[in-house]
Design a protein around this ligand. Structure first.
Ligand code: HEC
Ligand code: HEC
Ligand code: HEC
Ligand code: HEC
Ligand code: HEC
Length: 217
C-alpha cells in the first residue's frame, strides 16, 4: 500500500509544493485583479501559431484523415506533428505563391522545422499514451473536441488528473468501435447504444485502471 501512497517520484514534487505555497498569495492577488481561474485559462489555451494552418479547412472541408499528418497516433505514445515535407506534398502545387505559406517554403528550403507551439501538454511527471487509447476505441474528439471545426487548435479539456480519472472510472460513455475513432463528427453516446458500448468494453476487455503507477512511472 505504501508503494502507492509514497511512490518514488513524490520526492521530486516536494520543491514544487513549496514553490506553489510561496507564490500562492501572488496568485490570489492576480485572481482578484483579473478574475480568471487556471481552469478557464487551460480550457481556452490557444497560442498563435507561426503559420495560419487550419484544421477546419484541411481536416474538415477537405476531409483529410488525421493519420495523413499525425501518422504515429495509433502506434506510439506521442502523435507526431507532421514535417514540412507533408505540407509540401500539396503546397508545391497549391497556393505556391501565398504569403501565408512563406514560412513553410522557407522551412522546406533551409531544412529548419516550423516551430509549432504545443497546445496540449501534461507535466513531465505524468505519463500519457495515445496508442493505448486510440486502439481501444477512445476517439480524438473525447479529449481534443471538434478539431475538424477549429481554425486554430485550442485545448478543449483540462488534461488534469481528475479529468483522466473521470473517464478511467466510467469508460462506457467514451468508447466506440476503433474504426470510428477518426470520425470526430459522430457523438459517442448518441451514435452507439449503451449495449453496443458495453459490448465493446467486454470484447476488448477494457478496464482502465487507477493505480498511481499507471500514469506516474
Ligand atoms: C494536413 C495535416 C494535418 C491534418 C490532416 C490534421 N492535423 Fe492536426 N495538426 C497539424 C499541424 C501542422 C499541427 C500543429 C499546428 C497546430 O496546432 O495547428 C497540428 C496540431 C494538432 C493538435 C494540437 C497538438 C498540440 O500541440 O497539442 C491536435 C490535437 C490535432 N492536430 C488533432 C488533429 C485531429 C484530431 C485531426 C483529424 C481530425 C488532425 N489533427 C488532422 C496538421 C494536421
Ligand atoms: C492533401 C493536400 C494538402 C496538404 C497535405 C496540406 N494542404 Fe494546406 N491546403 C490545401 C488546399 C487544397 C488548400 C486551399 C483550399 C482553398 O483555397 O480553398 C490549402 C490551404 C492552405 C493554407 C491557406 C493558404 C492561403 O493563402 O489561403 C495554408 C496556410 C495551408 N494550407 C497550410 C498547410 C500546412 C502548414 C500544411 C502541412 C501541415 C498543409 N497545408 C498541408 C491542401 C493541402
Ligand atoms: C484520452 C485522451 C486523448 C485522446 C483519445 C487523444 N489525445 Fe491527443 N493528446 C492527449 C494528451 C493528454 C496530450 C498531451 C500529451 C503529453 O503531453 O504527453 C495530447 C497531445 C496530442 C498532440 C501533440 C503531440 C503529442 O503527442 O504530445 C497531437 C498532435 C494529438 N494529441 C493528436 C491526437 C489525435 C489525432 C487523436 C485521435 C487519433 C488524439 N490526439 C487522441 C490526449 C488525447
Ligand atoms: C475519454 C476517456 C479517457 C480519458 C479522458 C483518459 N483515458 Fe486513459 N484510458 C482510457 C481507456 C479506455 C484505456 C484503455 C484501458 C484498457 O485497455 O483496459 C486507457 C488506458 C490508459 C493507459 C494505459 C494503461 C496501461 O495499462 O497501459 C494510460 C497510461 C492512460 N490511460 C493514461 C491516461 C492519462 C494520463 C489521462 C489524462 C491525461 C487519460 N488516460 C485520460 C480512457 C481514457
Ligand atoms: C489516469 C492517470 C493518472 C492516475 C491513475 C493518477 N494520476 Fe496523478 N496526475 C495525472 C495527471 C495527468 C496529472 C496532472 C499533470 C499536469 O497537471 O500536467 C497528475 C497530477 C498529480 C499530482 C500533482 C498535483 C496535482 O494534483 O496536479 C500528484 C501529487 C499526483 N498526480 C498523485 C497521484 C497519486 C498519489 C495517484 C494514485 C492514487 C495518482 N496521481 C494517480 C494522472 C494520473
Amino acid at each position: 500500500m505504501s508503494r502507492f501512497l509514497f511512490p518514488r517520484w513524490s520526492n521530486a514534487l516536494l520543491p514544487f509544493v513549496l514553490v506553489v505555497g510561496a507564490i500562492a498569495p501572488l496568485y490570489v492577488t492576480l485572481l482578484v485583479a483579473y478574475g480568471f481561474s487556471p481552469k478557464t485559462l487551460e480550457g481556452q489555451y490557444q497560442p498563435v501559431q507561426p503559420v495560419p494552418f487550419s484544421h477546419a479547412l484541411h481536416a474538415g472541408k477537405l476531409g483529410m484523415d488525421c493519420r495523413y499528418c499525425h501518422n504515429t497516433v495509433e502506434n506510439a505514445a506521442h502523435a507526431a506533428v507532421p514535417p514540412t515535407q507533408t505540407c509540401m506534398n500539396c503546397h508545391t502545387q497549391i497556393h505556391r505563391e501565398s504569403p501565408n505559406l512563406a514560412k513553410v517554403r522557407d522551412s522546406y528550403v533551409t531544412g529548419m522545422p516550423i516551430e509549432w507551439i504545443k497546445v496540449h501538454k501534461v507535466g513531465d511527471y505524468a505519463y500519457f499514451n495515445h496508442a493505448a487509447h486510440v486502439t481501444r476505441g477512445v476517439s480524438c474528439v473525447e479529449c481534443h473536441g471538434r478539431v475538424d471545426q477549429m481554425e486554430v487548435v485550442h485545448r478543449a479539456q483540462p488534461l488534469s488528473m481528475g479529468w483522466c480519472l473521470g473517464c478511467h472510472r466510467n469508460p462506457v460513455d467514451h468508447v466506440r468501435p476503433p474504426e470510428a475513432v477518426f470520425e470526430l463528427w459522430k457523438d459517442t453516446t448518441t451514435t452507439w447504444s449503451k449495449d453496443e458500448r458495453l459490448g465493446l468494453i467486454n470484447r476488448f476487455d477494457i478496464h482502465p485502471n487507477e493505480y498511481c503507477s499507471t500514469c506516474h512511472r
